[in-house]
Design a protein around this ligand. Structure first.
Ligand SMILES: Cc1cc2nc3c(=O)[nH]c(=O)nc-3n(C[C@H](O)[C@H](O)[C@H](O)COP(=O)(O)OP(=O)(O)OC[C@H]3O[C@@H](n4cnc5c(N)ncnc54)[C@H](O)[C@@H]3O)c2cc1C
Ligand SMILES: *[C@@H]1O[C@H](CO)[C@@H](O)[C@H](O)[C@H]1NC(C)=O
Length: 563
């Protein structure tokens, strides 16, 4: 593996922020955890309150709240009020996006009331929900009915609106695609205050395809209909260790869910859930899950493991034991399984609270975990925020499945970051070209995992401190991300925008397809009312001049047509 050698880096001098970060756990334990717990509890009470109302009443309140949004939009003076965005405080959202746009003049519309499940339609197998409904809330409602969203994003706090307008993924995305691929309709308030319902085959189908990845820059989402699937009470999980070099690990991962004979639509050969953890450049564990009934799980000799209990070992560490003891199988209650990485915030928990994975901490205080990401963000201040930008990586690389081995080698050279999470997802071939799409002509290659209607991609999640940082060597985080973005552009990959992006405007539009998006921006009057997606994602504080230019943009697009 001589080609995998990592560059030698000089040692770095410690500064005060290093010590602050090292002792951050004190603030986390005494401040963040108790407040988090209180907030989770209050949110839970809010959910209970919401559920105590009839669907009819929730619908009535929904209609009133939509009225308020329309009214608020109409109050805006386009000449001086700034561009529209939601009133959600930047630290509340889970993502690590650059939210510098909220530090310049802007016009806020409050969507905080939109937190109700509006309907569960068992006949159509659809949940109609408001955008602030989060994953914990919805799975609590549907799983007892033996139903689930087709793609349930991991962390309890992730919201439907964020997963649609940003991106969302789970271990079932190799079947259903990204979160937005499971949406049947969007209800959107447009710039002029019109409420429209967009589906894939009505008059707003262009809008329907343009919404995902648009970051709320085409309109305000007020409700969405999301596909439900039937599920069983348990997940039968197989943990299979793999060893070898990174290319071999990648192939082991591919073989865990993509039959070599191309029979990708055969449920006998393709599991319901897939994820792989790469723990080091030579070791990984492939996990595959299949729904199982209670009867099956409780059969004699089967092991049931409720991984959701606060005192249980963290899931990624539990999975790692397969490297020592070899392949094993167990049954996990479905909801515990969906939220298996929640308690440890994937593996970030260990950096924030270095001893939180020890048995004594788990038994004593494990029930307080996880700290709310929003509170971690709220208590970090500017210096630490910048420190994390430099010393810590939170990035996802969405790459074609056959390039996973190359990508892992690239990451090893540039960042040496482990563990790495691999999660496959379909990228569907659509009648139009939205912001992201499969490689042109992929269907002719008949590669493992692909079908004629979708190319198989993989989300490579990088969230940890890179090797050089852990060893106290110099590391330029911004530069590493910059190179990663170039690698993605060259390899038909994508970078979700919830992370810190270093992309220039030119490179942003080399990565993403802006055709349909720009067309919809003009057609639906978004230009000059909502920020453009690049303006919104860009790093760095905006000047008053930039704000003015963005507001003026409407005047320069004479082809704006009123639909
Ligand atoms: C520690 C961590 C763990 C994560 N784990 C996962 C995971 O398991 N699975 C996964 O899929 N993702 C995960 N993510 C990333 C996550 O998908 C993104 O942050 C995602 O965008 C959802 O976050 P949010 O609900 O906080 O949305 P926000 O950040 O609040 O919103 C995302 C975008 O959508 C826009 N938006 C939201 N609501 C509306 C609306 N009603 N109308 C118009 N625009 C709107 C916002 O303005 C914003 O631009 C994780 C991120 C972190 C930092
Ligand atoms: C869910 O399915 C199980 C059988 O696997 C059944 O016993 C139970 O009653 C179902 N629950 C509901 C609400 O339909």
């Amino acid at each position: 593996m001589s080609d995998l050698e990592v560059p030698l880096r000089p040692k770095r001098k410690k500064i005060w922020v290093d010590y602050f970060v090292q002792f951050r756990w004190i603030i986390v334990i005494f401040l963040v955890l108790p407040i988090s717990f209180t907030l989770y509890f209050l949110t839970y009470l809010g959910d209970v309150r919401s559920e105590s109302k009839s669907f009819k009443q929730r619908q009535r309140e929904h209609d009133e709240n939509v009225e308020k949004v329309v009214k608020r939009l109409k109050e805006r003076n386009p000449k001086k009020d700034g561009l529209v965005c939601t009133a959600r405080k930047p630290w509340i959202s889970v993502g690590m996006r650059n939210v510098d746009y909220k530090r310049a003049r802007h016009f806020e519309v409050d969507l905080s009331a939109f937190r109700n499940v509006l309907d569960i339609d068992k006949e159509r197998m659809i949940a109609r929900v408001e955008p602030l409904v989060n994953m914990g809330q919805i799975s609590r409602v549907t799983v007892p009915m033996n139903l689930s969203l087709a793609v349930v994003a991991e962390l309890d706090d992730l919201t439907v609106g964020g997963l649609i307008n940003g991106y969302g993924i789970e271990g079932s995305s190799h079947l259903y695609g990204l979160f937005s691929d499971t949406v049947v309709s969007y209800e959107i308030v447009l710039a002029d205050g019109r409420l429209v319902r967009a589906t894939k085959d009505n008059q707003y189908s262009d809008l329907f395809y343009a919404i995902p990845w648009s970051q709320g820059t085409l309109g305000l989402l007020v409700a969405a209909e999301v596909k439900l699937i039937p599920v069983k009470e348990y997940m039968k999980v197989t943990y299979k260790p793999i060893v070898g070099n990174l290319k071999e690990l990648a192939q082991g991962y591919i073989d865990s869910f993509a039959p070599r004979d191309g029979d990708q639509d055969n449920p006998e050969k393709v599991p319901d859930f897939v994820e792989t953890m790469i723990y080091s450049p030579t070791e990984g564990v492939c996990m595959t899950g299949r729904y199982a009934s209670k009867e099956e799980a409780k059969k004699k000799g089967n092991k049931i493991n409720s991984v959701g209990w606060w005192f249980k070992p963290w899931f990624y560490q539990h999975a790692q034991t397969a490297l020592k003891k070899g392949e094993f199988v167990e049954y996990i209650p479905t909801r515990d399984y969906y939220h298996r990485h929640t308690r440890s915030l994937y593996w970030e928990g260990e950096l924030i609270l270095p001893f939180a994975d020890q048995w004594w901490f788990r038994f004593l205080l494990g029930w307080l975990m996880p700290p709310k990401v929003s509170l971690l963000k709220a208590t970090q201040g500017e210096a630490i925020r910048n420190y994390y930008h430099e010393m810590h990586v939170i990035q996802d690389m969405l790459v074609p499945l056959y390039k996973v081995g190359d990508a892992l080698e690239f990451v090893h050279r540039e960042m040496e970051l482990y563990p790495v999470w691999l999660c496959p997802h379909r990228l569907f071939k659509l009648p139009v070209k939205p912001m992201i799409s499969p490689e042109p002509g992929f269907e002719l290659q008949r590669r493992q995992g692909d079908t004629h209607y979708a190319q198989m991609y993989t989300d490579i999640l990088l969230c940890y401190a890179p090797g050089p940082v852990l060893r106290g060597e110099q590391f330029d985080g911004a530069e590493a991300v910059h190179r990663m973005e170039n690698w993605l552009i060259e390899n038909h990959g994508y970078e979700p925008q919830y992370t810190v992006s270093e992309l220039s405007e030119k490179n942003f539009w080399r990565m993403f397809d802006g055709g349909l998006y720009e067309q919809c921006r003009r057609k639906y009057g978004a230009v000059g009312t909502f920020m453009s997606v690049y303006y919104k994602s860009k790093k760095g504080r905006k000047t008053e001049k930039e704000v003015q230019e963005a507001e003026q943009a409407i005047l320069e697009s004479p082809d704006a047509e009123v639909a």
